[in-house]
Design a protein around this ligand. Sequence first.
Ligand code: ZN
Length: 189
Amino acid sequence: MLKHEPNQQRIASLVRELLIELGEDPDREGLVKTPDRVAKAMTYLTQGYRQTPQEVLNGAIFESTANNMVIVRDIEIYSLCEHHLLPFYGRCHIGYIANGKVVGLSKVARIVDCFARRLQIQERLTEDIAHAIQEITGAEGVGVVMNCAHLCMMMRGVEKQNAVTVTSSVLGSFRDDAGVRAEFMSLVR
Ligand code: ZN
């Protein structure tokens, strides 16, 4: 994992070159600070490379004797597609059946961000989250469903403004037990 902070000056100078190549004047008033702003924004949007799920969890894992399905719905997702560096965004629903341990609810969203703030494809993001929840909780099953709109499809290419990509990842009993999977899918729909 990349632990060091990206070099802000180097990113800014690359963005300045990019602006020139695109036919812009990087010295005009509106663009003077743009390279620095982009460097800051890109560093923020990729901070997940410098985090681990364990760090963001920060010990917020609790004993639980309950053996029910825990569902966290409608977690907002903002990520960048690794093919075009354009955003994709939407919602993610997570379910798991605890095996003695549950995660603090607010931490679930932090774990999602830890993976969303990297260059991603939606399929891998979905799996990264499922595996992290599985690893952290030792759950007997995990399911993740994600619905996202991709700006690289909406603004360019096929220009499908209303296309939403749905991905899912199921592990353990969510994969092996059709009844468990059906319960999860009905609860997040
Ligand atoms: Zn893309």
